[in-house]
Design a protein around this ligand. Structure first.
Ligand code: NAD
Length: 435
């Protein structure tokens, strides 16, 4: 099938490359000229394990190509995906400008029937609004093309996005009664359903809500364990043991029960905020979601406050980890972006290391020292703080670290060390809900 994927960021690029890998002919569209230039040359514009290989293989086969011009992609496309960003507005609602621009542009230049599929995370009702906007443009043009709007939310995780796309737990498709669109979605996902991957059909509103419900629920699990970590710090109790004791219960499961400095990234914070905005807009209370958001802010703040309180004046601080989680170069809503300005404003010297995200971080925070290795970042530091649980930090030689640092403070924002091992190395340990 011929498809177009509009927006070639973390979701769009992976989707485009993987649809080509599954045998479709795909054209990726992005307004970012430099991105498209690199992609055409087979240069991966994001760090995502396995992606470069899939990208290059499919460029070579001719099934995958890129353009900055949506009108160039439309004549051949039967299905057009929108995978543009939907960042939070000031009032927490999702900014849908890019989605509507893409929908209206498609309607403006379509010259045949096609299906418009929303892969971006969008609030319930957005599919309906896209359909109305598309119809308005078609009416203005006096054209009778059929352009139904389908919701197909994306569940991939950065860091294992290629695998998640080629081996999804489920594919969710929301269609409001259009058999032709359903037939095309069947055909599109046939390479995955053939090998047993579940494709769930539902109405478009349900599909739009499933995405927020899933992210809201996972974020709630994280905030729940983080809430209890503060209790442990007051009463005694080890949050890791508690999480294990809970997680071995089949009904609960062990994942997303790791206490830490809270969730970040491009999805959980914004999707939780969008649910809060939806609650405000509809008047339907969503108090668990609000609490999830508040706990996440509180958790980050209380750990950073503790960190700032032990630093001497004009301290040297080593930061291990910049991206919001390991195996990605994504800096969106990363804890490092909160902490580093606090430290530099207070007159401290900041030295950082991240195995992958330093190039992206330099574009946002250029005026700090970027170190070649974790130990170089920790050299002569009064305190070191772990913000991202990259494997390279887990395996650090704590005795060497203690020798190289000037001060004794090791703040473990991801609970990756055994407190006793840190103390045995001669350092002072600060974890989350463990002592
Ligand atoms: N990143 C994730 O892990 C993830 C996972 C699931 C769902 N999502 C959702 O998918 C959507 C996309 O997220 P992302 O992380 O890929 O965003 P992103 O910022 O990485 O990519 C968006 C891309 O769209 C391009 N773009 C913007 N306007 C455009 C236009 N008018 N025409 C063509 N291209 C345009 C941008 O240049 C950019 O390359 C969001 O709604 C997000 O919530 C993201």
């Amino acid at each position: 099938m011929n498809i177009a994927v509009v927006g070639t960021g973390y979701v769009g690029l992976v989707s485009a490359a993987c649809f080509a890998e599954l045998g479709h002919t795909v054209i990726g569209v992005d307004i970012d000229k430099e991105k498209v230039r690199k992609l055409k040359n087979g240069e991966c514009t994001i760090y995502e394990p396995g992606l470069e290989e899939v990208l290059q293989r499919n460029l070579k086969s001719g099934r995958l190509s890129f353009t900055t011009d949506l009108t160039e992609a439309l004549p051949a496309a039967t299905v057009v995906f929108s995978a543009v960003a939907t960042p939070p507005n000031e009032d927490f609602s999702a900014d849908l400008k890019a989605v509507f621009i893409v929908a209206e542009t498609v309607a403006q230049y379509a010259n045949h029937d096609l299906v418009f599929v929303n892969k971006s995370t969008v609030p319930v009702g957005t599919g309906k609004e896209c359909e109305q906007r598309i119809q308005r443009v078609l009416d203005q043009r006096g054209e009778k093309y059929r352009i139904p709007v389908v919701s197909n939310p994306e569940f991939l995780r950065e860091g294992c996005a290629v695998r998640d796309t080629l081996e999804p737990d489920r594919i969710v498709v929301g269609i409001n009664g259009n058999n032709w669109a359903r037939k095309l979605m069947d055909e599109l996902y046939h390479p995955l359903t053939r090998v047993g991957k579940p494709l769930l059909y539902m109405d478009r509103e349900s599909a739009e809500i499933v995405k927020y419900a899933s992210n809201g629920f996972l974020a709630t699990k994280i905030s729940f364990i983080n809430m209890l970590s503060e209790l442990c710090e007051k009463t005694g109790g080890n949050i890791r043991d508690i999480a294990q004791g809970m997680g071995l219960d089949d009904r609960i499961g062990p994942r997303f029960l790791h206490a830490g400095i809270g969730y970040g990234g491009s999805c959980f914070p914004k999707d939780v905020k969008a649910l809060i905005a939806l609650s405000n807009e509809t008047g339907i209370p969503l108090p668990i979601v609000q609490a999830t958001h508040d706990i996440n802010d509180h958790q980050r703040k209380r750990f950073f406050d503790k960190f700032l309180s032990v630093l001497p004046a004009s301290a040297t601080v080593g930061i291990w980890g910049l991206s919001f989680k390991p195996k990605t170069d994504d800096m969106r809503e990363a804890p490092s972006l909160d902490l580093i300005p606090m430290l530099t404003k207070a007159g401290h010297t900041v030295r950082v290391h991240d195995p992958i995200a330093m190039e992206n971080a330099k574009k946002i925070i250029p005026d700090i020292e970027y170190a070649e290795s974790p130990m170089a970042a920790a050299k002569d530091a009064d305190a070191v703080i772990v913000l991202t649980e990259w494997d390279v930090f887990r395996g650090a030689d704590l005795h060497e670290l203690a020798r190289d640092m000037k001060g004794p403070h090791l703040f473990d924002g991801r609970n990756i060390y055994e407190p006793k091992e840190v103390r045995d190395a001669g350092l002072t340990y600060y974890g989350i809900g463990i002592s």
